[in-house]
Write a new protein. Structure first.
Ligand SMILES: [Zn+2]
Length: 276
């Protein structure tokens, strides 16, 4: 009986997790984002979408909210539907939906609550300040979790899950705080040094119409890869290609709202080649 209950509880947990992640993936794909991999966390997993940071899109808020949203909806349905005696599976299913929504909505990156908070703050404060502030919220939440763990141990009760989650949140928030202090230029330089050391890098290519602004290309860059931008004409024929460094230099010189068609980027590229 015990094994059957354990099996049903495990099935309820896995189904809750699958529904949560599918909601993220479906919404990400609806916004045209590519889901590259699933990241395993101590209390679930997170879908990773390349080319989009946690902080630069209204779509990010909706994609991050989709997972906890489906959990809360399912829990509400399970509570409201009139079933006389709920089975072990349904009881566990409802409990895991509530638990997963609550944990994932904590304001800690890279969890859904942290992503929602960071994206919302970035609309007013910009990506860098938003990441810093969200990381500080994350650090405070982690310290609260650690304090609660220590208090429970003091009371003679070990809560290993709470301790693991608090330690994970502390590490993740500290990493996000440190990376927020780095400017984009510093991140790019660090990546270039890495390419210099290993001699190889993964390439991330973006294609966009020359009537689009430089800033549109900047928001699509993948921080972990060497980025190339293909510029297309109205017939979708490529008219040129530039790397991330030239794109950043042009954005500093002409502003992020300048369109590719308005700036002499081919001449800049030629000048750089001659200087080299
Ligand atoms: Zn999630």
């Amino acid at each position: 009986m015990c094994i059957v209950n354990g099996g049903l509880e495990t099935a309820a947990f896995l189904l809750t997790l699958v529904l949560h992640e599918f909601a993220h993936i479906l919404l990400a794909q609806a916004f045209g984002m590519e889901v590259e991999e699933m990241q395993l966390l101590p209390f679930g997993c997170a879908a990773k979408t390349p080319g989009i940071s946690f902080c630069n899109s209204r779509a990010e808020i909706l994609v991050a909210a989709a997972g906890p949203g489906i959990n809360l909806l399912m829990a509400a349905i399970l509570i409201v539907i009139p079933i006389e005696e709920k089975s072990v599976f349904l009881e566990a299913f409802c409990k895991y939906h509530i638990g997963m929504a609550a944990v994932n909505l904590l304001p800690v990156l890279p969890m859904d609550g942290g992503r929602i908070l960071c994206a919302a703050l970035s609309l007013k404060l910009g990506e860098r300040r938003a990441t810093q502030l969200t990381s500080i919220f994350g650090l405070l939440t982690a310290f609260l979790g650690l304090a609660a763990s220590v208090w429970l141990i003091w009371q003679g009760q070990w809560n290993l899950s709470l301790l693991i989650v608090a330690i994970f949140m502390l590490g993740a928030s500290w990493n996000y705080y440190r990376s927020a202090l780095q400017s984009n230029a510093e991140k790019m330089l660090a990546r270039r040094r890495q390419i210099g050391k290993s001699g190889v890098a993964q390439v991330h290519a973006i294609a966009l119409n020359r009537e689009k602004p430089l800033g549109r290309a900047l928001t699509q860059l993948d921080q972990r890869a060497y980025n190339l931008v293909y510029i297309l004409d109205d017939q979708l024929h490529p008219v040129g290609v530039m790397d991330e460094q030239l794109l950043s230099e042009l954005a500093v010189r002409h502003g992020v709202s300048a369109k590719f068609s308005e700036i002499p980027w081919k001449e800049e590229k030629e000048r750089r080649r001659l200087n080299d």
